[in-house]
Design a protein around this ligand. Structure first.
Ligand SMILES: Nc1ncnc2c1ncn2[C@@H]1O[C@H](COP(=O)(O)OP(=O)(O)OP(=O)(O)O)[C@@H](O)[C@H]1O
Length: 233
């Protein structure tokens, strides 16, 4: 299963933010999308997830066209979203969140709790009693229970303490190794390199460059250039 985004255009009202973005995420790999604030990373994730209707272009899971489908149908086709800011309900317990997200499939509640054991310990805690890291784990658990083949994560490490951010990154890398296609938005290039197989740079509404993480690790000069484009372009 491969995600193929081609010529994707999207924006708000009459304005266009994405001017024809192209990228590919094969199953079993993670692609990190980097770009400065306002580059359109969230817009890209929302356009793939069907939360924002693309103005043009295509979003395909293998041969299935998703562009133009509403979000619930995109989800049913196998796209799970971990939104920016986690979106956890303050008054629902962890167990209730998991129950609400559950669809039949290989990801069961016991399986997600095995992957994210801290959530098991916090089953009876409400959303507003969770730490940022726990809320992020819950957001990932909810997305997995929808049985995705493609997982979209919008800045999953934002605002997390260093050790928790590292834990989230290792869970995300494990999910990709386990066979999911993963697309994650990252602010920090060094975090992206820790989890992703490929790094795509978004600038001016298009993907201006894609590199393998190995390439970037092997060439500090190239990594510096990417870093400066990602943060200052
Ligand atoms: N709901 C909206 N209505 C109008 N304009 C929007 C809306 N959401 C985002 N924008 C604009 O679209 C552009 C891209 O925003 P987007 O959130 O996709 O960027 P981003 O790369 O995710 O940024 P950040 O790193 O700050 O999250 C920005 O100029 C932003 O102001």
């Amino acid at each position: 299963m491969t995600l193929t985004v081609a010529g994707l255009q999207a924006g708000y009202g009459g304005g266009t933010v994405l001017h024809g973005a192209d990228l590919t995420v094969p199953q079993g790999t993670a692609l990190a999308v980097l770009g400065r604030n306002g580059a359109g990373k969230t817009t890209l994730v929302h356009a793939i997830a069907g939360l924002l209707r693309p103005k043009a272009g295509s979003v395909r899971l293998d041969d299935v066209e998703l562009a133009g489908r509403p979000a619930h149908r995109v989800a049913r086709a196998g796209v799970g979203l971990v939104p920016q800011g986690r979106r956890v309900f303050a008054s629902l317990t962890v167990a209730e969140h998991l129950d609400l997200s559950r669809r039949p499939g290989e990801w069961t509640v016991p399986r997600v709790l095995e992957l994210l054991p801290r959530l098991g310990e916090r089953r009876r805690h409400k959303g507003n009693q969770l730490s940022g890291g726990e809320a992020q784990m819950l957001a990932i658990a909810r997305a997995l229970l929808t049985q995705p083949r493609l997982l979209l994560l919008d800045e999953p490490c934002e605002g997390l303490a260093v050790d928790l951010a590292a834990r989230v990154r290792s869970v995300v890398a494990e999910l990709a190794r386990g066979g999911l296609a993963v697309l994650l938005v990252e602010q920090q290039p060094e975090h992206a390199l820790a989890v992703a197989d490929h790094v795509a740079l978004l600038g001016d509404g298009v993907v201006v460059a894609t590199h393998t993480a190995d390439e970037l690790r092997a060439s500090p000069h190239l990594a510096d250039r990417v870093l400066s484009v990602a943060t200052h372009a």
